[in-house]
Structure formats: C-alpha cells, structure tokens
Design a protein around this ligand. Structure first.
Ligand code: FES
Length: 312
C-alpha cells in the first residue's frame, strides 16, 4: 500500500464520544485522490496504529478529507489514540481512498439505515442521492440523540430522515419498501445482521452492508482449524511453520516484509492471498463465498489441512 502524509487541520466534537477530523495533504503542492460515497481511508497514526475510516465529507471537495471516529473504551486502542493524541497540526499517513461499499446506480428507491458511527459512509451517499434527485430515506438509530453524529447536517433533509433512539422497527421499515429498493446499512454488527435477516424475510435482496469490525469472535468457517500447520510460499520457495497463537501473516512478513496488510482483523482486504493447495479456514468478513474458493485473508485465516500452499 502506498502511504501519503496528511495533516490534521480541524478536530470537532460532533457527538458525545465522536470526533471528526479534517485532513489535507502535508505537502501543499500535492493533491488528493478523488473518491465516491462509501469509500474509506486507511489511516496510520504516528504510533503506527492503522485503522480504516469511512470518508464522511464532501466528494466534491478536492482540498480535504473528513473522517469521524467513535471513542471506543473497549476497542483495540485506535480510537483512544486518535481521541487523545491527534490534534490540529498532527500528521498521519493515509492510503488512497478505497471503496468496498459503493452506491449501485439506477435503483428506483434507496433505503439507508445507519447505527451510531455507521452514519459516516451514509452521509456522502445522501448528498449524492439527493443531488441526483433519487428517492431515498434514512433511518438513523443511536442510544441517545447526543450520541448521534452530524444530526445538524441531516436536519436539512427534513422528513427524509428519521432519527431513532430506540430499536428500529426493521420488519415494518423493510416491509414498507417498494420492490427494487436498494438497502444500505452500516452500524453495529447486530444491526447489520438484523437488516440482512429481515430484508431476506420480506423479499428484499439488494442489500449492502459495510463491516469494519471483525465478524464476532472470528468464527471458523467450518470449525476444523488446526492449532499448528505448515504454509508453503510457492513463489518464494519457503515453508513456514505456524504455531498456535501465531497468524499466517506474522510468519509471512518475516520473509516477505512488503506483503501488504493493514487492519489485521480480516476487515480491510489488504492481506488477501491466493491459495493453491490445502483447506483454508476463513475468519474474515471481506471475501465472498466465491472468492473463498481460492483466496484467504492471512491475517485471521487458519488451516484445516496440515499444509497450505500460497501463491506468494
Ligand atoms: S490485514 Fe486487513 S484483512 Fe488482513
């Protein structure tokens, strides 16, 4: 992955425990890559922590990016670092925007569902859909109004936005949608799982979700993961032994230090590797069933066979 230096030029408290950060190129002569709603950045702080954050500013703004971060007391340390140490003037490294959650074009209706910090990728979608004159509606849920970000910006859309401080009535909301509705959801895992399940129950099949947290407890795909196994890197001509508690990625970067990775939680897609032989155990939330036939995320994946062969 190619990294670019960016400077934080503004930090705003946009809700309880949520701050937004505005970034510009550290080199004033450098430009910023364009992006579309649903895109995210990999952000590497000065202490080396790398996290993925959705872009929640205006795609038409060529001069700056905006991200927003929820302070998660029980998180893995990324949000704590950004909330406590990143201030105007701080420098971070950023990737080019990547979009794993793009808006599909041409649907007759768009239903947007956000929970908490999950509003971030949805906000630019609203701008684009509204500017294009599309039919859309947002249901935004949170524990309390003061914990929901950007409600001031959402107020401009009047009755096309419903704010919920309790549970969303998903069966009602989803069953009211006309055929052909595209559903977009970002938020807590439980909300996204409930949207997927309820949408399927009412016959909506155009559902798009974005996960930035690892699938709960990184469940094995078939429950047969071995504690230790060998991994042959076919192109490199090296065989690695993976011990209990070690990831394949840990071992791979010992011999291939440039192998890309970022989140180390099976959510960013950077460490994807092609499997030539063996039976991988999948624990990511990036790959489709089809992709799992010959690919794996080696930061979280394991093996059900004593030997895996990777095309590395
Ligand atoms: S490093 Fe992000 S999916 Fe493996």
């Amino acid at each position: 992955m190619t990294w670019f230096d960016a400077k934080i030029v503004a930090v705003d408290q946009v809700a309880t425990d949520i701050k937004s950060f505005r970034l510009v190129p550290a080199d004033p002569q450098a430009g910023l890559a364009s992006w579309k709603p649903g895109a995210h950045l990999d952000v590497r702080a000065e202490n080396g922590i790398v996290r993925q954050y959705s872009l929640c500013g205006d795609p038409a703004d060529p001069a700056s990016y905006r991200i927003a971060i929820l302070h998660e007391a029980a998180g893995r340390g990324g949000s704590e670092y950004f909330h406590s140490h990143v201030v105007p003037g701080s420098t971070v490294a950023i990737s080019e925007p990547r979009n794993l959650f793009p808006l599909v074009e041409g649907r007759s209706n768009y239903l947007l569902i956000a929970g908490g910090i999950g509003i971030t990728p949805i906000l630019p979608m609203i701008r684009e859909l509204d500017a294009a004159g599309r039919a859309w509606h947002l249901h935004y849920g949170g524990r309390a109004l003061d914990r929901m970000a950007f409600t001031d910006e959402l107020a401009a859309y009047d009755d096309r936005v419903d704010l919920h401080t309790g549970l969303l009535d998903l069966p009602r909301i989803l069953s009211e949608q006309p055929k052909g509705t595209a559903v977009y959801c970002c938020g807590p895992t439980a909300l996204m799982d409930a949207v997927l399940e309820t949408a399927a129950a009412v016959g909506l099949d155009d559902v798009h979700i974005e996960r930035f947290a690892p699938v709960e407890a990184a469940e094995d795909s078939d429950g047969t993961a071995l504690d230790s196994f060998d991994v042959e890197l076919r192109q490199t001509g090296v065989t690695l032994h993976i011990e209990k508690g070690q990831t394949i990625l840990d071992a791979v970067i010992e011999v291939l230090p440039d192998h890309p990775y970022s989140c180390e939680s099976g959510t960013c897609g950077n460490c994807v590797s092609t499997v030539l032989e063996g039976t991988p155990v999948h624990r990511d939330c990036v790959l489709s069933d089809d992709e799992r036939k010959n690919k794996m995320m080696i930061c979280v994946g394991g093996s059900a066979s004593k030997r895996l062969v990777l095309d590395l």
